[in-house]
Design a protein around this ligand. Structure first.
Ligand code: IPD
Ligand code: CA
Ligand code: CA
Ligand code: CA
Length: 264
């Protein structure tokens, strides 16, 4: 497989999809809900996923697509070439703020991440990586992450963590929030991952993410030395939902050991 050619093709269709999404703000955006009143989807999420499927199938009909909106075929294994796509990560931001949403894509070959992309559609900022070659932010190389102490860390975490819940020990999370320098919550998992790989955040944690939220980001993470796992310290399970932490290597294990305790 010609990785460079695949990378050029992926970038081309990501930029084109971005232009289409920006143009969509001049038209009506139809908003629907999915699993709950706060789980939004729009015609633009679906159209963008379809756009990718059509382009990728024309490029190579053997490539398979696992997308959030389920417009591709059912993907039950990562055999062959699989594109894991979130056409809009941060749909609520897309609808409400018209900014702070990402296109994110990971390209996997027999389960191994080869190419990763996170594209901030409104800022036209691209974070990307070629496995084993390097990672870039708008074509400038991303540096390896520098050591950080937990007291100096800024972490991405959302409000569901700081309210009592039946999934994690809430006291320990409050201790984490008290210990770190600051917390941020951006409403797009891919954006928070992009910030960790570029050192703007030192960690991001989520109790439940899907493969398409992180499929691009974890490939970029490897290239800069960020560590991305589930709460058991194992690789994220790409065929289901899973817990997720990505962090600077100096604080990844510490956060898991000291601050995250799942309720059984
Ligand atoms: C969501 C965003 C959000 C995260 C949710 C995701 P979507 O993705 O990444 O930040 O907290 O878990 O589902 O639905 O906007 O693509
Ligand atoms: Ca969604
Ligand atoms: Ca998402
Ligand atoms: Ca989405």
């Amino acid at each position: 497989m010609d990785v460079k050619q695949l990378d050029e093709f992926a970038k081309k269709i990501i930029f084109e999809a971005g232009r289409n999404i920006r143009a969509a703000f001049s038209y009506d955006i139809e908003i629907e809900t999915k699993s709950s009143p706060n789980d939004l989807v729009t015609n633009i999420d679906r159209e963008t996923e379809l756009f990718f499927i059509e382009k990728i199938k024309a490029f190579n009909p053997d490539h398979r697509i696992l997308g959030e909106e389920g417009m591709g075929e059912k993907v039950e294994s990562l055999e062959g070439v699989v594109w894991i796509i979130d056409p809009i990560d941060g749909t609520m931001n897309f609808v409400k703020q018209h900014r702070h949403f990402m296109i994110t894509i990971g390209i996997y070959v027999d389960g191994v991440g080869v190419l990763g992309y996170i594209f901030d559609v409104m800022r036209e900022d691209l974070f990307n990586a070629i496995s084993g070659v390097g990672a870039w932010y708008n074509d400038s190389p991303l540096r390896k992450l520098q050591p950080v102490k937990i007291e100096q860390a800024v972490i991405g975490i959302n409000a569901s963590w700081v309210t009592p819940n039946d999934r994690i020990n809430h006291e320990k999370i409050m201790e984490l929030v008290r210990t770190v320098r600051g917390t941020r919550s951006y409403g797009s998992a891919a954006m928070e991952i992009a910030f960790v790989v570029s050192g703007k955040l030192d960690a991001y944690i989520s109790m439940r993410l899907a493969p398409w939220d992180i499929g691009g980001g974890v490939i970029i993470a490897k290239e800069v030395g960020a560590i991305a796992t589930n709460f058991n310290g194992k690789d994220f399970d790409f065929l289901s939902m899973d817990t997720f932490i990505i962090a600077n290597p100096t604080i990844h294990q510490l956060i898991l050991d000291k601050y995250i305790e799942e309720k059984k």
